[in-house]
Design a binder for this molecule. Structure first.
Ligand code: ADP
Ligand code: MG
Length: 731
């Protein structure tokens, strides 16, 4: 069966050559029970390793069944081992985290047996080595003698023609040693057993040949009983491991060591969280970048906003608004654009809040503190919960009167009482909203329009810089000016002279032609105008209140539509066009477009994601390598039992895949609970807004790819050297 001719084995170690054994000549037949002895370091183990194809040799020739092996590749030896060799080691080389049954079964799983065919065979052999009552016990709990019997059972179940045992009794007490030898002898029938031992007496009665080694050479080769005729060699049957069995082992390995499972889970959990957070963070930045840009006219430049005017340039009617509201992508309409773009501040003493004024009718939510407004001059204040005046001095805000800053009392935008407070949804948002009555809004509209409008007054064919003021005392179509302005007129004649007024802004241009009815003096100022402070208004031009309203308080010619989904904004634009409107995206008014920032953001995102993936890969690989270090023995054992490179990768792949999938699901689970508000975390909540199915799938694929790369790298390491070298390195 086996023949060695002048075979030598050298070890090369950092330039130093050591001899394992030299010029060994040996012929071994099936049916023999060969005992090898010799002092430590004499080359016994080296010889066994070469015979079992676990290690290479450098000189001479070894024949297997008459075939030369000097040209054998690692793969050829792998096949040889699978067909012919079963190893038993002094240190057992069992999988400690597996039960007795699983250890024995493992050989068959790796060699392509189907699960249902395995059971009977495994149980029978466990019975033969007397371990039936321990079949479901983890190997780590067994005594040394029991462990070696498991190792023998594992060697037996493979049913190979050659069994190689290197000091199988070396770690056992004499009683257990005897048992083991006896079992081996029983097994040895019709096989070739090669056993290394120091205890010649124990094996002498069975041995057919005793070999003594000394200093790397065979010192004595004594044949005790001659094998007349070598029986037919029956190669061990094997095929590739089935896919199902790979999964079985992969899943078994995922859970069989709890601490390892938890550590790997933690690593994958962290990786999943890091990937998702990073990606969501960039999605957010990308969106914000898209909003970059400014406009002189509009303060709200959000992507969802569309400006609308009617194509016939008339003002909007309630029916128009109803039609617009009925469009599917329309979220809401702000009828008066001024209330979006004209931000105001309300103040009381040193307190100030800044934001938009909006109609109370549009407010649909609840009130956090206080109540809803009931009277014209009452305000519902929506602001940040952590705003200093809200958090610390709410008693100075609630039920107190505020004034709209920059509008003097003549505009009657004072004494607005805050009766209710609502908190902003977003705690980072420090802007406020003031919900007020239609009446207040009308005054505000007039004041705001005045602020945003240009006024030209043509007095006696000369443009002047005086201001106009509304007064109910003045007749419509007439104007009253002060005596002080008399010098502006030819010959000092004021009465019946024309005044042309033009008010223009981004929405409209309005002319008003008036004639002067009279001039006031300090003494008749109050009677003619209804105003008190002569000194303040002596250069004012007083006109009728309705005329004044006609200049400034117009129905809306322009409104804003907010869409639900900005991605579909072009569809909505079309629909609005079809309704007879001229719609325009607010983003078209941006002086600087966010698109370029968005693109830059996207490139940065891609770059950072790649860097992160690489960094995560290396961190994870290092940690997982340490975690799996204890598993090297497992994988080299698999290899010794006949597992191929590919199947080892696969089994590890599956283990990491199952673990990473569980970890990823856990992260998603937590995000879901946050989304449902069962777990409260603002940060995670906001991130989830930027992640959709596409992102979740993408990140999962990246995670699985990383775990695959790790298993590949790890397996490569295990297979980079001969089986025994890798094993020795790891033990
Ligand atoms: P035994 O099993 O008889 O105790 P070994 O076969 O283990 O002896 O060792 C034989 C010789 O080979 C010894 O001199 C030992 O130092 C050397 N040797 C064994 N393994 C290695 C190795 N991996 N690298 C270098 N030298 C080795
Ligand atoms: Mg040895």
């Amino acid at each position: 069966m086996l023949k060695l001719e002048n075979v030598s084995k050298f070890y090369y170690n950092k330039g130093i050559i050591a001899s394992g054994f030299t010029k060994v000549n040996l012929e071994l037949k099936i049916g023999e029970f060969v005992v090898i002895t010799g002092e430590s370091g004499s080359g016994k183990s080296t010889l066994l390793n070469v015979i079992s194809g676990l290690d290479s040799y450098e000189e001479g020739e070894m024949y297997i069944n008459g075939k030369e092996t000097s040209h054998y590749t690692e793969k050829d030896f792998e096949e040889y081992r699978r067909k012919y060799i079963a190893n038993i080691f002094q240190s057992f080389n069992l999988i400690n985290s597996y039960t007795v049954y699983q250890n024995v079964e493992l050989v068959l799983l790796l060699n392509g047996y189907k699960k249902r065919k395995i059971k009977k065979k495994v149980l029978k052999i466990i019975d033969e080595v007397g371990l039936t009552e321990f079949k479901n016990t983890k190997v780590s709990k067994l005594s040394g003698g029991q462990k070696q019997r498991v190792a023998i059972a594992r060697a037996m179940v493979k049913d190979t023609p050659i069994i190689v045992a290197d000091e199988p009794t070396g770690n056992l007490d004499s009683e257990s040693a005897k048992d083991v030898i006896e079992i081996l002898k029983r097994v040895a029938k019709d096989k070739l057993v090669v056993i290394v031992t120091h205890n010649i007496e124990q094996v002498e009665e069975y041995a057919t040949r005793i070999i003594k080694m000394h200093d790397g050479r065979i010192a004595e080769n004594r044949e005790i009983r001659k094998i007349e005729k070598e029986p037919e060699v029956e190669e061990s049957k094997y095929s590739k491991i089935t896919i199902l069995n790979k999964y079985r082992l992969g899943i078994r390995n995922t859970f069989n060591i709890v601490s390892k499972f938890c550590l790997l889970f933690a690593v994958f959990f962290f990786m999943s969280a890091a990937l998702l957070t990073e990606y969501a963070g960039f999605e957010e930045s990308e969106e914000l970048a898209g909003q970059i840009g400014y406009s002189n006219m509009f303060s709200d430049l959000s992507e969802n906003r569309i400006l609308i005017k009617k194509q016939d340039k008339t003002y909007f009617t309630p029916e128009d608004y109803a039609k617009i509201k009925a469009l599917p992508n329309v979220d809401y309409i702000i009828e008066d654009d001024l209330f979006i773009d004209g931000k105001v501040a309300i103040e009381r003493q040193e307190m100030q809040f800044y934001g938009n004024m909006l109609p109370i009718e549009d407010y649909k939510g609840t009130v956090n503190v206080g109540r809803m407004p009931q009277n014209n001059n009452e305000i519902l204040l929506k602001t940040n919960k952590e705003h200093y005046y809200i958090a610390e001095r709410i008693e100075d805000v609630l039920d107190k009167a505020f004034t709209v800053t920059e509008f003097d009392s003549e505009d009657k935008l004072s004494d607005l009482t805050v009766v209710g407070i609502v908190y902003n949804e977003n705690n980072d948002d420090y802007e406020s909203k003031f919900y007020v009555s239609k009446d207040v809004l009308a005054k505000l509209r007039t004041s705001l329009t005045k602020m945003y409008s240009d006024i030209k007054i043509l007095l006696n064919d000369k443009y002047v810089e005086y201001g106009i003021l509304p007064s109910s005392q003045v007749e419509s179509g007439k104007a009253i000016i002060g005596e002080d302005l008399r010098y502006e007129f030819k010959n000092g004649v004021i009465k019946d002279k024309p005044i042309k007024i033009n008010v223009s802004n981004i929405y409209y241009s309005q002319d008003l032609d008036l004639t002067i009815s009279s001039a006031f003096t300090k003494s008749n100022f109050r009677r003619l105008t209804g105003y008190e402070k002569y000194d303040m208004y002596r250069y004012g031009i007083f006109i009728n209140s309705d005329d004044y309203d006609n200049l400034y308080n117009k129905p809306s010619y322009q409104s804003s539509v907010y869409v639900k989904d900005a991605k579909l904004i072009d569809v909505t634009l079309n629909e609005l066009q079809n309704l007879g409107l001229s719609p325009k995206k607010i983003t078209d008014y941006k002086v600087e477009d966010g698109k370029i920032y968005k693109q830059i953001m996207r490139i940065i995102k891609l770059f950072v994601t790649i860097v992160l993936v690489v960094v995560l890969f290396f961190i994870a690989y290092l940690i997982i390598k340490i975690i799996l270090k204890s598993r090297n023995v497992y994988y080299t054992t698999l290899r010794m039992l006949g597992a191929t490179y590919k199947s080892v990768i696969r089994i590890l792949d599956i283990e990491l895949f199952v673990n990473s999938t569980l970890a990823y699901s856990a992260v998603l689970g937590i995000m879901y609970l946050v989304k449902l508000n069962i777990i409260n975390n603002k940060y995670i909540y906001e991130l989830t807004n930027y992640l959709g199915l596409k992102e979740y799938v993408l990140m999962y694929i990246i995670l699985v790819l990383i775990s695959r790369l790790i298993s590949r790298r790890f397996s490569k390491k295990i297979f980079k050297d001969t089986a025994i070298n890798t094993y020795n390195e790891e033990v």
